[in-house]
Design a protein around this ligand. Sequence first.
Ligand SMILES: Cc1cc2nc3c(=O)[nH]c(=O)nc-3n(C[C@H](O)[C@H](O)[C@H](O)COP(=O)(O)OP(=O)(O)OC[C@H]3O[C@@H](n4cnc5c(N)ncnc54)[C@H](O)[C@@H]3O)c2cc1C
Length: 295
Amino acid sequence: VSKLLEEARKGLGGKPVAPHSASKPTVNLYNRGKPATATVTGNFRLTDAGADSDVRHIILDFGDQKFPVLEGQSIGIVAPGNDENGKPHVARLYSVASPRGGEKPNTNNLALTVKREDNGVCSNYLCDLPRGAKLEVTGPFGATFLMPDDPAANIIMICTGTGSAPFRGFTERRRRAMPDAPGRLLLFFGARRPEELPYFGPLQKVPEKLLGKYFCYSRVPDQPRVYVQDRIRSEMAQIAALLRDEKTHVYICGLKGMESGVDEAFADACRAASIDWSALKPKMRESGRYHVETY
Ligand SMILES: Cc1cc2nc3c(=O)[nH]c(=O)nc-3n(C[C@H](O)[C@H](O)[C@H](O)COP(=O)(O)OP(=O)(O)OC[C@H]3O[C@@H](n4cnc5c(N)ncnc54)[C@H](O)[C@@H]3O)c2cc1C
């Protein structure tokens, strides 16, 4: 698990540091030798029936077992059975998509956002689990990709696909615990088409005051292809102003391929405002304000 997390954070270019105001996370409470047993209490498709991808919202309930999570953490799932070498499958990580305290307030459950991968062992296992099924869970994992608790913190969230999972947790936490927080929440979310964008419907209903939404689509017929980095560039002035603010935190989550484009867009936004991104980025990382988790 630590290797998987290390790989996911390579794009940071240095040691990850938790935000100063983040709550203290619980980690490694359950492992393969002593897993928690969860029950599936919900499993429904998020992407449109006609969409190419099958992304699902899966709710896991822990009954009377303690399983405390913070937004941004992930959990481990081991599919039953053996791999092609006759060894038990290795654990796969999935980001928690709900806020601390549960999918609904004061419930002992959490939500995942899982994309079914062609021939993928664990994603197909999870996506096919019916309500009532039991599964083994390890974790929680992750002690740095966490949300700042400071209501004045501005949070710029950039994602593609299931990279939206932790940001659903961040947004719901703000909505539930500090709806009038002075800090801004911005979400740059890329998908092929609106039909492929997880949580498209519910996101439309999140008030702009709570969450600034910047959707971008790369495969809408007769429309130019727009990627997250293009949307960041069109919001350059706002981004640069936020980056000047020491309360601003940046989070990037999703496909590995998005990292370099996003980095160049930040560099452009900074250049236009006479900010040196190559100096600011490590400074933000060292102060727990720049986070990457890509897979
Ligand atoms: C920190 C972190 C957080 C994550 N969060 C999420 C999340 O919130 N949601 C989410 O959906 N995923 C998430 N992931 C990814 C997840 O952990 C899995 O990697 C993903 O679900 C694929 O696992 P799988 O077992 O289904 O696929 P695998 O069986 O691991 O296969 C992956 C791909 O490789 C191909 N493949 C497998 N074996 C072979 C072979 N022998 N030859 C050729 N091709 C092969 C498969 O067809 C498949 O497309 C996260 C990963 C990390 C590291």
